[in-house]
Design a protein around this ligand. Structure first.
Ligand code: ZN
Length: 203
């Protein structure tokens, strides 16, 4: 199996505080059949965990893209969107709503986000997208976009709301430390070496 093959089959959703969740992902320059297979696997993982969005960092990949299906329903293929090298061009207003994250299972909190956004990105066909989003779509886009810069929704909470989830966040950190000790999570240096190798393939 070559290294790229390894990257596809090894995909799993990583949990806080895995180092890749803090990694600033890099724009990709190549969309090919292998990339599309990677995206397909991400949709499977997202549906398994009952998510509506998943960023590349969350499956331990250093690439600048994410997927969204607001229905969370695998049979609704026309609701599946892939945003490659996305940008937020403009923001308007703000609103608060509850969010969760597959990398911080069990934790939800109210987050303030822009109410409307104007975005650009490339889709899987390589066509440029230029959309205005609002409501849940705008929220999901901003949440996933943050992931690509290594930002998590818990970083955007007011201090009171952050305090309210501190115990749960610390529990995740403690679970992670346990897996590191047990050798079921790779050490940070190994994670970063792998990301550099994957970047060299596609960035
Ligand atoms: Zn998330």
């Amino acid at each position: 199996m070559d290294r790229e093959g390894e990257a596809i089959t090894d995909l799993r959703v990583v949990r806080y505080p895995h180092p890749t969740l803090r990694y600033r992902s890099k724009p990709i320059r190549r969309v090919d059949s292998e990339f599309r297979a990677m995206v397909g696997r991400m949709f499977e993982l997202m549906y398994e965990d009952h998510g509506i969005g998943l960023a590349a960092n969350q499956v331990d990949l250093p690439y600048r893209f994410f997927i969204i299906n607001l229905s969370g329903d695998p049979s609704q293929k026309d609701e599946e969107f892939v945003f490659i090298n996305p940008e937020i061009i403009a923001k308007k207003g703000s609103e608060e709503d509850k969010e969760g994250c597959l990398s911080l299972p069990g934790i939800t909190a109210v987050v303030r986000r822009s109410a409307e956004i104007e975005i650009s990105a490339y889709d899987l066909k390589g066509d440029e997208i230029h959309w205005r989003l609002k409501g849940l779509f705008a929220r999901a886009f901003q949440h996933e976009y943050d992931h690509l810069d290594g930002t998590l929704f818990i970083d955007r909470l007011t201090s009171t709301r952050r305090w309210a989830v501190t115990d749960q966040v610390e529990e995740l950190a403690s679970d992670y430390a346990g897996r590191l000790t047990a050798g079921t999570e790779p050490k940070e240096q190994e994670v970063l070496q792998r990301l550099a190798r994957l970047e060299a393939l596609r960035v």
